[in-house]
Design a protein around this ligand. Sequence first.
Ligand code: MCN
Length: 789
Amino acid sequence: MGTGVQRVEDQRLLRGQGAYTDDLDVGPGLLHAAVVRSPHAHARIVDIDVDAVLDVEGVHAVFTHEDLSGPMAEPLPLLIPHPALTHGRTQYALARDEVNYVGEAVAFVVATDRYVAEDAVGRVRVTYDVLPAVVGIEAARAAERLVHDDVPGNLGARLEQQVGDAPAAVAAAPHRLSLDLDIERSACMPLEGRATVARWEPALDRLQVWTSTQSSTGVRAAVAVKLGLDLGQVDVITPDVGGGFGLKINHPWPEELLVPYAARVLGRPVKFVEDRREHFISSAHERGQVQHVEVGFDDDGRLLGLDVEFWHDHGAYTPYGLIVPIITSTQLLGPYKPGAYRVVFSSLYTNTVIVTPYRGAGRPQGCYAMERTMDAIAAHLGKDRAEVRRVNLIQPDEFPYEHHLVFQDGRPLTYDSGDYPAMLDKILALVDWDGFGARRAAAAAEGRRLGIGLACYVEGTGVGPYEGAHVHVETTGKVKVATGLTSQGQGHETVFAQLVADELGCRFSDVEVVTGDTRRMPYAVGTFASRAAVMSGSAVHLAARRAKEKALRIAADALEADEDDLQIVDGVVSVKGSPETALDLGTVSVLSNPLRYAFDEASKRATQFSVGDPGRPPVAEDDEPGLEGRDFYSPERATFASGMHAVVVETDPETAEVEILQYAVVHDCGTLINPLIVEGQIHGGVAQGVGGALYERMAYDDTGQLLNASFMDFLMPYVSEVPDGIDIDHLETPSPLNPLGIKGAGEAGVIPSAAVFAAAISDAEGFEITAMPISPSELFALRQAQQSP
Ligand code: MCN
């Protein structure tokens, strides 16, 4: 714990030795799938003619909705229902009679190879009756056209939460402001798109699925339900995953069901690998919101009433219920005491691809609303932006802090711990906030425009319900650890090995971690909501403790010593103070087994075995055989990480390009397991945030066509656009809610991006930015608008 151990998985991943779903060799007879997708954002399907396809040599099957039966013909599950979601809608695996976004799957072709499958896709004749599309929040609100005929006003849900009487508090406040804000859609863009391979084993009556997911157990449940199989008949294995960032938690994707379905029907292994254009148009997006804030405050800038309404673009379906807008509506409050608070949101359908949580999941929008409000208050009062924040911060002695709102997990919104004033001091020192005036003036004297921004956030991490771990000491002394969640690049193999080495007392290099394999750990939830460190980390720690306790019991018996006198260091159990009285963990594992093994000492491998002494139990009294420990961890509620970011930018007076001169982060994720990995996570998040704030957008036209559906037109930041270095300072306020005091870290880097860049660019330009992202051309246009009367 606390050591910046280099990531063990990087040896493999950086040398091209990773095994991603597309790399797997699942045996002979593999078939390849390609998908017929809707070219229209909104249309009725009049007819699908597949006759011309079946003649194509190499085509094995083409499925349309009519070919699906039983649960496969039903809509996909609504993963997180909510009572306010009165008009929840999910899509069919293959569209039934209507398509609601460009890219929606209409038919599924399986052929000998992808070339043949793609050619066959081109020969499927779908006749559409094209309908007008609803694109963007304004069109959805206007409701002149409907996405779903039976959803009035395109309104999937409207949810209001209130503490006190916010409108009255705003009205009575000495100062009042209102803000209209806009934040556009963006997308996760993992290097590896979605991919699934499945093989049906008739002799074993068993299905094996390999898929690039954030939840193996979720895919397993979906596949079993949809294919009418028992859970025990389905294995889901998640090999290396080239990034998920949220969208791969949307289990199941249509293809994740269609691939196993086809494999079972055809009796041949089937593979689907999404290409980049498919990813743009048929995977998920997030972020799009229009926000209105009414705020009332006193002469010091202290919030008295905050009344927020926002409209959330949910795309064509709501597989994830209301999770994103609910997170926005609660986490918007950040580290502040809001006074009376009301938030109401409308979740709107549009004819665009679905919206599912994308790293940060609703928090970037909330942080944007709150931090723009803080800046507006400071400007109104002529006060320092940091000081306005300071007077509103929750104080360290106020934890646990109860907001009297319902959080995303259905429990009260309660912050467990933190030290926000100390954090503010640290970030101000990191960017020399007080010295910035002089720096700006010196730059201005040279004709340069500098601006500084500050943004603060909290993040509920480590949500339940549970996660488990299994720790098994092999007879070689190697320690195999299995957790059910999956890894997309977060370094879990390293951190979980650290936790086991620490608790069990084995060598770090002896630990091997397996994630995302339902054969090894069938009960698990998944990797999302920055929960792995808290949830699986705690479970790994507890399971290692069980293995350790068992090792001590067995060794005490064998060494005829008292358990309390034993220690485990570097994989050796010894009597404290007499190191010669010792057994290595491998030997303890041998002793835990009912079969007695003969060993080749050099390789530590078993060469022969016999049944041990039948009169003597193999392990200590009442113990099961095997040197292993298994445990589950279930938290009372989420634990709240927090952070503050500051950025110094320079805007080019002519081209309006934004250059990042300094980026600073203070972050509190409780006890750090691996600071190096946490900093890597922050770097990744900041890079993603730079893209979301300055470059990326999903450019839909009015008919619902995505105009920038390739990396030629969708601008991801390169290494040349992200800051060279990020100044990071940690604060560690341990969480009281889990055994190691951990809080999550995986999403934090991206949360304040829109807020902090809007603030810094506004500061440099002298007018307020209220719509994000802001590209150079938009900034340029805004400047011109400022100058025109
Ligand atoms: N960690 C730590 N000490 C802490 C907290 C975290 O050392 N106090 C470490 C963890 O052990 C883990 C990493 O930091 O190795 C992130 O931990 P955590 O916050 O628990 O987040 P998860 O592991 O659950 O990862 C999910 C999170 C989310 S929600 C998204 S989205 C995201 C992210 O992680 N997607 C990612 N980071 C990503 N990083 C990569 N490379 N790829 C993705 O798809």
